[in-house]
Every structure is written in structure tokens, then in C-alpha cells.
Design a protein around this ligand. Sequence first.
Ligand code: ATP
Ligand code: MG
Length: 775
Amino acid sequence: MEEYLAELNDAQRAPVLQVDGAMIVIAGAGSGKTRVLTYRIAYLMHKGVDSFNILSLTFTNKAAREMKKRIATIVGASEAKNLWMGTFHSIFAKILRFEADKLGYPSNFTIYDTQDSQRLIASIIKEMGLDKDIYKYKQVYSRISSYKNSLITVKAYFQNAELVEADAMAKRPRMGEIYQHYVDRCFKAGAMDFDDLLLKTNELLNRFPEVLAKYQNRFRYILVDEYQDTNHSQYLIVRALSDKFQNICVVGDDAQSIYAFRGANINNILNFQKDYDNVQQYRLEQNYRSTKNIVEAANSIIDKNKTKLDKVVWTANDPGPKIFVNRLLTDGDEGRYVASSIFENQMQHQLGNGNFAVLYRTNAQSRAIEDALRKRDIKYRIYGGLSFYQRKEIKDVLAYLRLIINPKDEEALKRVINYPARGIGGTTVDKLIVAANHYDRSIFEVIENLDRINLKINSGTKTRLENFMNMIKSFQIENQNSDAFVLSEIVAKKTGLLQELKKDGTPEGIARIENIEELLNGIRDFVEGQKEVADETGSLAEFLEDVALATDLDQDTGDDDRVALMTIHLAKGLEFPYVYIVGMEEDLFPSGMSMNTRSELEEERRLFYVALTRAETQAYLTYTQSRYRWGKLVDAEPSRFIEEIDDQYLEYITPVEGYRYKPLIDSDIFGEVDKSKLRLKKPVSGAPPLAHKPNEEQLRKLRKLRPVSDNTTNESKTNLFDEELIPGTAVEHMRFGLGKIIKIEGVGQDKKAEIHFEKGGIKKLLLRFAKLKII
Ligand code: ATP
Ligand code: MG
């Protein structure tokens, strides 16, 4: 047997070894579904399948990169290089570029991000003279997005009396027209939005049998991760591509289907059997990720859902600590508790920031957590907020770059035609838009033809427009000889963007310049990376494609050690040793907007299942007594999901006199809680005994659990000893060996020493736990 196959259990090995045919792996969280896909690809390649013939679709590009890395260690880097792995959007954007001309698009089409799309819709609503309070652009955008994901084109929309009626009833009778304008404008701008990447792929495969045949023959083996969250449009693409050879392997967990609100369709899993011949079904039951307490608590949650497939999930991992439940007074206290608990765990177990994640239901909850982490000097990264590429100054630079590749790009052009200010006012731009609509051309084409059309603008404005056009054209010439990095530097300087920010001189302006520098560094890294790949050159077009589809997770290079803050939706598929789920309150989680029907509530419950199952070693649930919501302090009630967990898996943290988390001293905070549930938080006294001989994996987990020392109660001794520890003192640590104290900070329980260890470099240790010996 190949050596790597031994890293799978029997149940996991079966779908890996079945080379041909349709198969579905339905299994609970942490049971190795993603691992099966990874090893299956390696195995296919060992069996002689050309990497060129394999297509693997993942939930994030980061997940794809990680899988690729693992595969490279098995089959070799050069073999793995040509694998097509990535999100639906990134893979099909690539295919659409090859085939764009068939759909009447330029191959250098722009990809509009959500912000671009929403701006365009807002401007269409304005141009049509509609009431923006009735036609809210964000709502209109999400309607259009859902039409597209259900493959309802403009034509299909108008033929669908029910839809037309529904929009009319919602007082938006002109939805269809907006949709029509939006589609036309995108087309004229040579732009596709995110949903188009799927919609147009479907169109391509439907309308052009020869194109379909080409990709069917190419992608003989198709693999899809997180299949439970595919929407209709994605489903149809997979279906079409796999129809000929039917070598398709999908993995998923119905209990983790959490994107119904965006059109994900659980029926895709349920109907898989009917869609292909001789479907083999596999089940994985052993969870390798989490402790017994976490696995069993998660099982007890998902049991409450009526709509589900029956599944078993068990683990051989040790029981681990119970899930800590803590009630705080306010969100500020919640943040402080999380920060101090993270800090304490770090010190006690000698763990870096990257071992911790804080998960919440809504983005707005991150602020209190951030504040508290900052105060403690704990580095964190927020995922899913405004991503780097959406910052204004970055979007400005990118807009110029986009125009170089595709001058028709309307949103990019409107963004920078008068930034930095060059005397081209809003009225002029409006005239250009009207002319562009009239002649059915892009705005840039109108500027190119100013001499031939009668646009009422003065000669000064005309010259300024021509200067702008010539500047873009000069960049285009430069683009033929330079890579993306060189070109971007020229753009940042010649457009006057950097100059503008320097003039500003405020701290924000300086931060913006630094961001642009970071962007340029990123582009340089990208160019260097691309040049190592066979068919890539590091061109501007390649870079823009990469950026347009980058998600926040993709920016995470894993290089810097930070606590991860993100919504639960984003955490799907990830794992962390320590997970804090905050805001466990009714109306927040489950969300107040999702409690109307059983199916909505069940989706929230699945979301909680996803959250809890991200944790490897320890999970924390926190809730507050009152919380600011929509600017008002409202009473909060603990989430029903806490009660739904079998009590044996929970440990309620009780505040006692002198307890470190100060805000929790008032006993009436606990007035409504069943006192019998309140237990003291016990000091961690080492990992519980194992039922079996530990394997490698268990050892790894066990090591993580075992505290460096157990002297939590031995404070007086520590304190006396502390006095002797001053900068310059030579010390010995049981794990890090010999070192010298550089700095002492904090007092009492929080007293820390920064020590330069001969072997381990500089470390900050909490004296309470560090058990140092003076040499
Ligand atoms: P999710 O449903 O959350 O996406 P999953 O089913 O995809 O989870 P994986 O992420 O593949 O699960 O695996 C969970 C963890 O268990 C990973 O750290 C993985 O490396 C580990 N793991 C899986 N199978 C084994 C095994 N046979 N031996 C050791 N570790 C394993
Ligand atoms: Mg997975």
C-alpha cells in the first residue's frame, strides 16, 4: 500500500480507492471529508490520471492552496502544479476568459465586486428617477443576485408572471427594468459581476455543445468540497461537466448547510443519487478534530433538528475540558473576558495567537472584542470586514489598473476620471453617460470620439478629458513592456495619487500611503510568484483576476500569528484549538430575523453546529445580560442553543470573590440562573486519562492540553520568588532551557517576564505559570 494511504482510516480509504464512478461522502464535521478529497486527488495521480484532467472545487481559494500543498508533498511539486483547484468563481472566471468572445465579451473583461455592482445599481436607480427609499440599491442588488443564481435572465424574469407580480406587490414594479439596464450596462462596460461568473458559465455550456464537450473531456475527474452549500447555478455547472464520464466525487454534510439565504440548495445533496448512475455512498463517522465533549455536545445540538440525514459522529479523542459557559454584564465585559481568557490560555499552555478564534453571528460584534484584544496587546485579524482590497485608496489604484486592461470598465472610469481632481465635474460625467447610453457605447469610447459627437462641453473640459484618455493610453503602451509591479508604480506616481495623499498630511493620509505601498509589495510578490509558474507571466491582467476573486481568507498567508475574528459563516471548514463563540443570546443567535419558521431556526442551529465543531481542544460560549443593539441598551436572554446542549458537557463559570474577571462579582447577575448549574471553574489539572493507547494524533492533542505547570493555586510562593526576578537574571525554564530576563511587566497575577532563551529566542511568559529556576 502506498504510504500516504495509511494516514487514512478504512472508511476514508474506500472513496479514495474508488477511482471511477459517481460517489458521495456524507459525514459530520471533522471526520476527514476534506482530507478524503485531498488524498483522492493524490491517488488518482498515482494511478496515472493526468493532473490536467482533474478539477477540484473548494469553498475558499485558501482551502485549495492548502490541499495543493499537501498533494505536492505526496506526488511532487511539479506534478501538482497544473491541478485546477479553487472556488467555483475563480475556476470559471478562468474558463470564461478563454471563451469570452463566444458570449460577446472581451477576454479582458472586468470582474465587478459587490461594491461596484451596488454603485452601478444606485446610479441606474437615480438615472431612472426612482425613489431611492423604495428602490433601496442593496435590496435591488440582492434581488438581482438571487435571480441570477436561479438562472432567471431578464427575459425569463419578464416571462415569469409570479416574479413580476411579487415585485409589483413589494411596490417595486420597475425591478425588471432596473435588471435590464444593469445587465446592459455591465455588458457595455465589458464587466461581469460575481453571479455572472456562474450564470455565464451555464450559458456557455448550454449554448455551445462543442465547448461543453471540450471541458467534459478535459475534466474527467471532478471533486467538490462543501457540496451542501452549492447553489442551483453551481449545481448545474457540475452536473453538465460531469455528465459524460460521471467520475464525480462530492463531499458534504447536510448538518453544515448554512447558505440557504444565498440560494444554497440542500436538495443538491439529497438528489445526488438520482442524478448519476450507480452512485456509491460513503459515510465517515470518526471525528479526528475535537475532544469527546465537543463532539458529543455538537451531536446533542444537531439532534434537535428535524430535517436531517441520520449520521453517527464519534471520536477516540480524549474527553477534554467541558465547554465553558460564561455570562457577562455587557459586551465590553464579554470582550475583556475573552481577551483575558485567551491571554491566560496562552500563558498556561505556551500557545501563540494563531491557536485562537473568536466567532460571532454578525460582523458588528467584533468591535468590543477588538477593543479588549488591543488593550491586552494581543494581535488579531478580522476576516470578512472591509477587506484590504476594498479600501478606498486601494480601489482607486486598482481602478486605474483596471482601466488599462479594460478601458470600457464604467465603474473604474467613474471612480478616477476626476480623482485626483482634474477639473472634470459631475455634470460632464452625466453627459458622457447619457451619450454612452444613446450611442450604445462605453464612456471611454465616447471620450475617444468627442470630435465626432455633439456633446455640449466647453473646450477646456474637452482637453482635460483627452488628457485623461491619453494618460490611460500611455499606460496601456507601458503595459506591453512591463510587469504588473513596474506598471503599478508608474501609475501610482503619474496619476498624482501618491502626491494627493502626501499633500493631505493627516495620519489617515499617511496610513493610506502605507496601504498603497503594501499593495505594491503585494503586487511584487505576486509577480515573482507567477513567474515561477509555467504558463503565467505576472502580467497585470493576471494580477487583477487574482485580486477580483480574493476573499479575506486568501490574504491570510499564515505568516503572522494572530487571533482570528470572523463570522461563523466564514469559519466553515476551518479548525482552531480554542474557539470562543460570543453573543450566545436570543435574537442575536439565533438571529431575530431567522425565527419565523422552523426551517430558518434549523439553519441557525446548523450554524451553531458549525461554530462548535471548529474547536479542537476547548470551546467557550459567552452571553451578556444587556447589549447595545441599534443604539439602544436592551436586555438579553441566553440563547436557547445553550440550553439545548446536554448539561453534562457544560461548565458554568461562576464569579467568586477575587476572581480574575472583575465585572462578575455581583451575585444578582445570576439571579435567574439555576444555581445548581453554577459550578466553580476548576484549575486545569492535566489531560484526563485516555481510554486507548494514544495514537500520534491523540498525542498531539494531549500535548496541547497539558499545562506547562499546575501551580495555579500556589500563588504566595510564586509572589515571593517573583521579587528576585529582575532584568538581567539568568533563569532556566523546563521547556525552553536557559535564558536571560530582558524585561518584567505587570503586577500580581498578570506579572510577565520577557526572556531571551538561548535556543527558543524571545518569549513572554506569565510568571504565575512559568516555573522559572534562577541560575
Ligand atoms: P468539516 O466538516 O469541518 O469540513 P472535514 O470532514 O472536512 O471537516 P477534515 O478537515 O478533513 O474534516 O479533518 C478534520 C481534522 O482531522 C483535520 O485536522 C485532519 O487532518 C484530521 N484527520 C482527518 N482524518 C484523519 C486521520 N485518519 N488521521 C489523523 N488525522 C485525521
Ligand atoms: Mg472540510
